[in-house]
Design a protein around this ligand. Structure first.
Ligand code: ADP
Ligand code: MG
Length: 682
């Protein structure tokens, strides 16, 4: 029997392995099973080349638990190892300063195991003793047994073993007894080994016989040795892709489309990506892209490996060229990974373009489910924006879909304002903003629906991409102001009459309710009598701040609304006439008093018009201040009259309520009162 120390410079590497790899102990099984797969594949290759002449026979890899002996065994019938090979591959750990290295990179140690040929040694994370029993496939080879108890000392001896191949026997240590549980092992195998190319048996198939379950003499195979992505796309049907999706994500809804990736130059990549229906953030969390290396599962956190928006896709990627056993930061800077990532982005865009071109109807039908994904891609990846801008769709309030180009054509003639800016109107809530949409449509304008999670960012981006264009929410001003044309409409009321109507309405918006300012506009007679709008800029800033980020101070500001009174509406004329009848006398009383004060003030100001602030005589300044005070006094009194009139006038209140109602802002008691008043008025 040979005795020796395994080839590391340090006294004892195993405590180091155990300590640093604590978080991810389960991967030892992935490492051992993939070694068994490698050994089996090597044997097949040798057979193909004629270098192995024996019978291949059954190649199933078997995992066995022995709870009494507390062992877990991985057996294969692959190439096996000769004594020399055990010495070379197992005893000589490939790099000498393993301990230093692990110390330095302890956070990334999980990823390092396989990379530095420490895969086999990960067995010591869970074992107090490991035995390797192996007989090489070489003719006449003697079987060999290697035992190591976790110190660098090992023993190596010749033994009898009939079958070709290798058994790795782990004597599971006390801290790791979870790995003696059948369910735990089953879970790990399902996670990492589900698609390995050699059959893997764990336990036996069972059958119900006479009311109880009996074991059959047949392996229970846990893997699918030829998963769909390894097959030729030409041989596959739509159903196959759907079935494979179910295999990957049993609980998920049917996907929208799939892409079969199959590249062998300049890197090797296969895989199938699915476009899921993304309805909520929850879906995004649950089902992820799985990354494989030669059918061995590596990870399902592909962030940083593929562009972020692609992480919304589902499916599998398999590439032996992605250096999977190194750290994430290394991966992100790896040029192969970058190329792969760019390639996938392009393929995804191509596939969408193809579906759009070949079957627009289907594409439109699925657009609402696809939109979040595509918009996310356009916002976050410049490389995706370009191709996607050819097939991304706008949807309008009539549920019609347009490409960017088509939509521009549609609105180019009608929605340019006097400065030649093309104005895109949109709604975030087609029901809540219905009356505004109506008046835009009455003018022959079109309104887009932009009610998605990302649309606020999307709109900002589109504004930066589209030339001489501007997006405004349809309720952010009266329609004539949103798209200002040259013509201006005559007003039925004089400026003075308009000014008198302000307090009549303003009284219905006490300060406590937020920041409402009444303005009069000369709109069409057929437009709404009263409208409540919120400035686009302010609203967008507040919406952005609600999403967090640098704009968050806007969130602190109160909401600011304009109450737009249509000076040309017949009902407003009626209010005006009513006001004339009831208040004229009283108002004129104040106006008579105001007139001389205002005249005097105007004269004084005229006299001082060309002077600088410091050149104006103090006496004049005092006089103006005094006049202002008096003017204000009378104005306040006059406004009180108007305010009182406005509050007593049922039509004013009714119009205000209707405006609030069409913005979804009339609630509770006020709503109740409105309903009662409406009935009275009828
Ligand atoms: P890697 O798999 O990256 O080469 P490992 O530490 O996992 O590193 O394995 C070291 C070497 O031990 C392998 O390259 C292989 O030569 C040998 N080996 C391990 N397990 C087996 C096995 N089941 N059958 C044959 N050879 C094996
Ligand atoms: Mg290995």
């Amino acid at each position: 029997m040979q005795k020796g120390k395994i080839g590391v410079t340090t006294e004892n590497i195993f405590p180091v392995i155990k300590k640093f790899l604590y978080s991810d102990h389960e991967i030892f099984l992935r490492e051992l099973v993939s070694n068994a797969v490698d050994a089996t594949q090597k044997l097949k290759t040798l057979a193909n080349m004629g270098d192995f002449k024996g019978e291949l026979g059954d190649l199933t890899i078997r995992i066995k638990l022995d709870t009494k002996k507390k062992t877990l065994t991985v057996s294969d019938q692959g190439v096996g190892m000769t004594t020399e090979e055990v010495d070379k591959y197992i005893n000589q750990i490939a790099f000498s300063s393993a301990e230093d290295f692990l110390e330095k990179y302890k956070n990334q140690a999980n990823n390092l195991i396989g990379h530095f040929g420490l895969g086999f040694y990960s067995a010591f994370m869970v074992s107090e003793k490991v035995e390797v029993i192996s007989r090489s496939a070489q003719e006449g080879a003697k079987a060999v047994k290697w035992v190591c108890d976790g110190s660098p000392d090992y023993t190596l001896e010749e033994i009898d073993k009939v079958e070709r191949g290798t058994d790795i026997i782990l004597h599971i240590d006390k801290d790791s007894e979870e790995f003696l549980e059948e369910n735990r092992i089953n879970d790990i195998l399902h996670k990492y080994c589900k698609f390995l190319p050699v059959p893997i048996g764990f336990g036996k198939k069972t059958e119900w016989k006479d009311g109880k379950s009996v074991e059959l003499d047949e392996d229970k195979i846990i893997n699918n040795t030829s998963p769909l992505w390894t097959k030729k796309p030409a041989d596959l049907k739509d159903e196959d892709y759907k079935a494979f999706y179910k295999e990957l994500y049993p609980m998920a809804e049917e996907p929208l489309f799939n892409i079969h990736l199959n590249v062998d130059y300049p890197f090797n990549l296969t895989g199938i990506l699915y476009f899921p229906r993304i309805k909520s953030n929850l879906d995004i969390q649950k089902n992820k892209i799985q990354l494989y290396s030669n059918q061995v599962f590596v990870t399902d956190s592909v962030e940083g490996i593929v562009p972020e928006f692609l992480t919304l896709l589902h499916g599998v990627l398999d590439s032996p060229d992605i250096p999977l056993n190194v750290s994430r930061s290394y991966l992100q800077s790896d040029s192969n990974v970058k190329k792969i990532s760019t390639h996938i982005t392009k393929k995804v865009a191509d596939r969408l373009q193809e579906i759009f071109k070949n079957d627009r109807e289907q594409f439109e039908k699925k657009w609402d489910d696809l939109k979040l994904f595509i918009v996310y891609g356009m916002i976050s990846e410049e490389k995706f924006y370009e191709p996607a801008s050819k097939f991304a769709l706008f949807k309008n309030t009539e549920n019609k879909y347009f490409t960017f180009e088509e939509y521009e054509k549609l609105i180019k003639e009608t929605q340019k304002d006097k400065n030649k800016t093309l104005v895109y109107l949109y709604t975030t809530d087609a029901e809540g903003q219905f009356s505004f949409i109506e008046s835009a449509r009455n003018k022959g304008y079109d309104v887009l629906v932009m009610d998605g999670h990302l649309d606020l960012h999307y709109i900002n981006q589109l504004e930066s991409k589209f030339k001489d264009s501007h997006f405004v929410r349809v309720d952010s001003d009266v329609i004539d102001k949103l798209i200002q044309k040259d013509e201006s409409r005559e007003s039925k009321l004089t400026m003075e009459q308009q000014n008198e109507l302000k307090p009549v309405f303003q009284g219905h918006f006490p300060d406590a309710k937020g920041n409402y300012s009444v303005i009069l506009e000369s709109l069409a007679e057929t437009d709404q009598p009263v409208l409540i709008t919120q400035m686009e800029f302010m609203r967008r800033m507040k919406d952005m701040s609600a999403l967090g980020g640098p704009m968050s101070f806007y969130g602190e500001l109160p909401n600011q609304y304009n109450v737009v009174v249509n000076a040309n509406h017949p009902l407003v004329s009626r209010i005006h006439e009513d006001k004339e009848k009831k208040c004229r006398k009283e108002l004129d009383k104040f106006n008579e008093k105001l007139k001389p004060l205002q005249d005097t003030k105007a004269e004084l100001e005229k006299a001082n018009k060309d002077k600088k602030e410091e050149e104006i005589a103090q006496a004049d300044k005092d006089r103006i201040a005094e006049l202002d005070k008096k003017i204000k006094e009378f104005q306040d009194k006059r406004n009180e009259v108007l305010d009182k009139f406005g509050k007593e006038n049922k039509i004013v209140r009714q119009l205000v309520d209707i405006a609030l109602l069409s913005n979804n802002m009339l609630k509770g008691e006020e709503l109740n009162k409105f309903v009662k008043r409406s009935i009275e008025l009828l």
